[in-house]
Design a binder for this molecule. Structure first.
Ligand code: PLP
Length: 447
C-alpha cells in the first residue's frame, strides 16, 4: 500500500526514541509538575476547623473581643518553643517582620547594613525605608554571604548584617555569626525561605540577635500572608512588640507600657489577626512532615544528579538541615545553562502557568540585587532624596549595579533553580531524574 508518510529509517526511529524533546523526540512527561506552595498542599479540614473556631467565637482581634481565644499568643509561644527561643512576635508579613526587627534594633540614618547579593527586595526595602544604607556583599557557592568577603565590607558605619537563608537551605551562618560578634555588629537572620532548616542540629533563626520568618503562600508553612520576629533578648522583644503595634510595649496584662523611653518607638500597625494565628498553629504542627517530604524528594534527585556529567550542585553546609524547597544546579557556562533549561522544559519539567519553576536564575526577579531597579537607580522614599542624600549617609558607598558582586553575577547566569513541591510522587521524582539524565547525557555526547 502506498501512503503519504515519509519512510522512517530504523536510524531515524531510534534517534527519535532517545532524542531530546527539544529536537522532536518524545518528552519525558506531559503533565506539569505540581505548584510550589509547600504548606498549601497540606491544608485540609484542620485549617478549616481552626478558622471556624475563631469565627464561631466572633473574636478575630488578638488583644480583646467578645470571647478572645488567644490564638496569636498561643502561636507565638509555640513558634518560639519550636525554635527553642523565649520570644516571638507574630506580624502580618515577612516584610513587616523585617521592618519590625530593624526598628527594634534601632536602625536609622548614618548606618550601613550589610545585605547579600542574593536575597529578596523586602530586605533592602526595610533598610532604605528606615533611612540606612544597604551595602552589598557577594555570595559563595552556598548562595549565601561569603564569610571570607564579609570583613572587607565592614566600615566604621556598619551597624549590622542581614544574613538570608535562601531557597530552602541554611547558609554558612556560623562564621558569619562569629564575624558579627567580633565586630560588635547585630546579626539579623532572614529565614523567610528556610523555615525548619538547621545547621548541625541548631535551627536557623537562633544564630543571631533576631530573626524573621514569612508565612506568605510560597513559604514552608503558610497562612496566605503573615510573618514572625524572634529573639532571645527581652529588650529587643519588647521593642519589637512596640514597633509592630502602637509604639508601646505591653505588660503581661496587655496594658501599654509608656514609662520606659527605650521601649517607646513609633508603631507600624503590623498586628496579626486571630484567623491567621489559628491557621499558623495548625501549619506549624504540619511543618516537620512538609519539610521531610521536600527533603526526601530533593535528595533522591540530588543523589542521581551527582553522577551526571557537567552538573555542579549547590553547596549545602548541612544537608540534613536543608528543607529541600529548591534545587539549584550550576553549569559550565551561561549558554549551557540556557540550553539545558530549554531542553528540560521541553521534556515537561515545568509547572502550571501560575507558578515559576525550572528557570535560569537571571529570570528569578527581585531576588537578584541588580534586578531591583529602585536599588540600582537609588530611588528615594520621599521627594527630597531620602535616604541617599542625607548628610549622615554621605560617606557610604552606594553601588548596586550589575558587576558589584561578580561571583553572584556568574552563579545567576550559570544556574537553574527548580522548586521541589512538598507533594512530589516517586513517579514525579523519577521523571525529573530521567529528564536531567537524558539532557545531560545528550550534551556530554556533544550531539
Ligand atoms: C528572603 C525573604 N525575605 C522576606 C520576604 C518577605 O516576606 P513577605 O512576602 O511575607 O512580606 C520574602 C518573601 O518572599 C523572602 O523571600
Amino acid at each position: 500500500m502506498i501512503t503519504n508518510e515519509k519512510p522512517q529509517s530504523p536510524r531515524n526511529r531510534s534517534r527519535k526514541d532517545g532524542e531530546l524533546a527539544l529536537f522532536g523526540g518524545s518528552p519525558v512527561r506531559t503533565q506539569p509538575l505540581p505548584l510550589e506552595f509547600p504548606g498549601i498542599h497540606y491544608m485540609d479540614e484542620e485549617e478549616i476547623e481552626a478558622a471556624s473556631r475563631v469565627l464561631r467565637a466572633r473574636s478575630p482581634f488578638r488583644y480583646y473581643g467578645v470571647a478572645p481565644l488567644g490564638e496569636v499568643e498561643e502561636f507565638e509561644k509555640e513558634f518560639a518553643a519550636h525554635l527553642g527561643l523565649p520570644y516571638a512576635v507574630a506580624v502580618t508579613s515577612g516584610t513587616g517582620a523585617l521592618h519590625t526587627a530593624l526598628s527594634a534594633l534601632g536602625v536609622g540614618p548614618g548606618q550601613e547594613i550589610i545585605v547579600p547579593a542574593y536575597m529578596w527586595v523586602s530586605v533592602v526595602a526595610a533598610v532604605v525605608n528606615l533611612g540606612a544604607i544597604p551595602v552589598l556583599v557577594d555570595i559563595d557557592h552556598t548562595f549565601g554571604i561569603d564569610p571570607d568577603l564579609l570583613p572587607h565590607r565592614i566600615t566604621p558605619r556598619t551597624r549590622g548584617i542581614i544574613a538570608v537563608h535562601m531557597s530552602g537551605a541554611p547558609i554558612n551562618i556560623k562564621p558569619i555569626a562569629k564575624i558579627a560578634r567580633e565586630h560588635g555588629l547585630f546579626l539579623l537572620e532572614d529565614c523567610a525561605q528556610a523555615n525548619g532548616a538547621s545547621v548541625d542540629g541548631q535551627k536557623v533563626g537562633t544564630f543571631g540577635d533576631m530573626a524573621v520568618f514569612s508565612f506568605q503562600m510560597n513559604k514552608n508553612m503558610t497562612s496566605g500572608e503573615g510573618g514572625c520576629v524572634v529573639t532571645r533578648t527581652e529588650r529587643l522583644y519588647r521593642r519589637a512588640v512596640a514597633s509592630h503595634d502602637l509604639g508601646y510595649a505591653r505588660d503581661d496584662q496587655g496594658r501599654l507600657m509608656v514609662e520606659d523611653p527605650d521601649l517607646c518607638v513609633w508603631g507600624r500597625g503590623y498586628r496579626l489577626d486571630e484567623l491567621r494565628g489559628a491557621l499558623l498553629r495548625v501549619q506549624l504542627r504540619k511543618l516537620p512532615k512538609i519539610v521531610q517530604n521536600m527533603h526526601k524528594s530533593k535528595y533522591r534527585i540530588r543523589q542521581a544528579l551527582e553522577t551526571l556529567p557537567g552538573i555542579k550542585l549547590r553547596r549545602i553546609v548541612d544537608c540534613s538541615g536543608d528543607t529541600g524547597a529548591f534545587l539549584i544546579t550550576t553549569y559550565e557556562s551561561p549558554t549551557i545553562a540556557q540550553n539545558v533549561n530549554h531542553a528540560l522544559r521541553a521534556e515537561g519539567i515545568t509547572t502550571y502557568p501560575q507558578g515559576l519553576s525550572n528557570i535560569v536564575m537571571t529570570n528569578w526577579g527581585l531576588h537578584l540585587y541588580y534586578n531591583i531597579v529602585s536599588l540600582v537607580s537609588r530611588r528615594s522614599v520621599d521627594n527630597a532624596g531620602f535616604p541617599w542624600n542625607l548628610v549622615e549617609n554621605a560617606g557610604s558607598e552606594k553601588r548596586y549595579e550589575k558587576g558589584t558582586c561578580p561571583v553572584a553575577d556568574g552563579l545567576f547566569e550559570q544556574s537553574i533553580i527548580m522548586s521541589i513541591p512538598s507533594c512530589l510522587t516517586p513517579e514525579d521524582e523519577a521523571d525529573v531524574i530521567q529528564a536531567f539524565t537524558k539532557v545531560m547525557n545528550h550534551y556530554a555526547r556533544g550531539t
